[in-house]
Design a binder for this molecule. Sequence first.
Ligand SMILES: Cc1cc2nc3c(=O)[nH]c(=O)nc-3n(C[C@H](O)[C@H](O)[C@H](O)COP(=O)(O)OP(=O)(O)OC[C@H]3O[C@@H](n4cnc5c(N)ncnc54)[C@H](O)[C@@H]3O)c2cc1C
Length: 451
Amino acid sequence: MMYDLCVIGGGINGVGVARDAAGRGLKVLLLEKGDLGGCTSSNSSKMIHGGLRYLEFYEFGLVRKSLGERETMMRIAPQIVSPLRFCIPHRNAVRPAWMVRAGLFIYDHLTRMNLLPKSEIINLSRHPFGQALKVKSGIGFAYSDCRVDDARLVILNAMDAKFHGAHIRVQIPVTGMTAVDGHWDIETPKEKFKAKMVINATGPYAHQFLEANGLVQRETPHLRLVQGSHIVVPKLYDGDHSYMIQCLDKRVVFIWPFENDFTLIGTTETAYNGDPKDACITQAEIDYLCGVVNSEFEKQITKDNIIWSYSGVRPLFDNGEEKDARKVTRDYKLLLDDHNGAKILNIFGGKLTTYRPLAEEVVDMLNSHFPQMTGAWTADKELPIIDFKFEFNDKTLHHFISREWARSIDDVLWRRTKWGVHLSPENQNILKQNFDRLLAEELENEEDFIY
Ligand SMILES: Cc1cc2nc3c(=O)[nH]c(=O)nc-3n(C[C@H](O)[C@H](O)[C@H](O)COP(=O)(O)OP(=O)(O)OC[C@H]3O[C@@H](n4cnc5c(N)ncnc54)[C@H](O)[C@@H]3O)c2cc1C
C-alpha cells in the first residue's frame, strides 16, 4: 500500500500532524520507535502557556501565538487542560518589581481573548499564597496560565488520528529511507512501507535521523539538546496554586501541586550529548532543585524526599549564535526538502503548547502536493473524551493495551496514568504481571489489533 504521508515519531508533533492530515483526507501512517509520547513529550513541565519568561528575550510573536493557543486548548481539550494560578514571590535582587509588573501587563494583554483572571500584586503577609514561604512578607505577583496532562495530550491526538483513518504503529523504529521514483521506501526491522511524503517528527533525534539516512543538506539547521529534569516530593503546601521562583542565576523554577499528595518541581537546563531516551537526572540538578525549594519554602527537602524524577531533552532549534540555553528560541522551524523528487518535511524545535498550529502549518505546506486535501479544521474540533474511570483492574489495563497502544507496564504507570507515584513496588509488580498476561493474550489476536 502506498501511503500519502508517513510521519516518523509519535511525540506531540508527530501525532498532531497525523491527526490533522488524516482529518483532511490523507492516507497516513505514523511510526514510533518506542511509546507514544515516550520521549520529550511526556517529560515536560506540563504547561500550556505563553511563556512569561520569553518576554525577557523579546519573543513577543511566540508568546502571542502561544497565549492564543492556550485559549484554543482550553476550548478543545478541557478534559486535560485546566487553569492554574501562579505566585511569583518578589525578589528584587533578580528583577526589579516594575519589570515583572510590565511583563505581566503585556502577558495579560497580548491575546485578544484572555479567558483567565488577570495578574495582580499581592501582599505575601496577608495572601494565602504567602503561607508556605519562608519569608511571609513583602510583595508578590499572581498570574494565570494552564496545566496539561502532556502524555494524555499525545494519546488523545493519536486516538483522534486513528478515528480519522490514520494507522498508528508503536515499537517500530525507522532504520532506513530511500527516495525511489518520487516516493520513499521506508525500512523498519520487520516490515517495509511506501509513502509519497515523509514528515520527520523525531524531536530531539531530528538532525541525527537525517544524518543516519544521508539526508542532511546545507540549509539543514542544527539542534541544541538541553536536558530538563523535574522532581516529585511529598506535598510541600496546601492549595491548588503554583509558584514561579526567580533564581539568582536569573532562571525560573516552577513548583506545582501534583496528583493530590505531591509537589512537582522543575526544571533545569543542562547541555546534553547522549541518546535522548537515556536522559536521567544528575546529582547537580537534584542539588539545584532542592536548593531552590529550601531557599524559598518553609518545608525543607533533601534528595531522600524524592519520590520520582524525570528528565526530558528539549530539541531547541539552534542558529549557533546564542550561548545561554535560556535565550535560545522555543519557536520551531519547518524545512521541506526534496531528494530525487521525493519530499521530506522536517520539524525542528517547538513547544507542546504550539503543536496544533505547527501541525496545521505542516499540513498546509502539503497543499500543492495533495490538491484533494480539505482545509484546516483542528482549531474548533474537540479532542476525544474517554468515558470510563481508570481503575487498577484488568478492564482498564485492557483499554490501555487495545485502545491506547500501551506495550509495557511503564507506559501505564508513568504515562497513561501516574499510578507509579501512588503504588508500592509490590503493587506495581502485581499490575505488571496482569499487564503482561493481557498483552500476550491481545498479541495472539493480532489481526484485530489496533493500528
Ligand atoms: C524539561 C522540559 C520541559 C518542557 N516544558 C514544556 C511546557 O511546559 N510547555 C510546553 O509547551 N513545552 C514544553 N517543553 C517542550 C516540549 O515538551 C517539546 O517541544 C515537545 O514535547 C517536542 O515534541 P516532539 O514531538 O517534537 O518530540 P518527542 O516527544 O521527543 O517525539 C519524537 C518521537 O520520535 C521518536 N523517534 C525518534 N527516532 C525515531 C525513528 N528512527 N523511528 C521511529 N520513531 C522515532 C521518538 O521515540 C519520540 O517518541 C518542555 C521540554 C522539556 C524537555
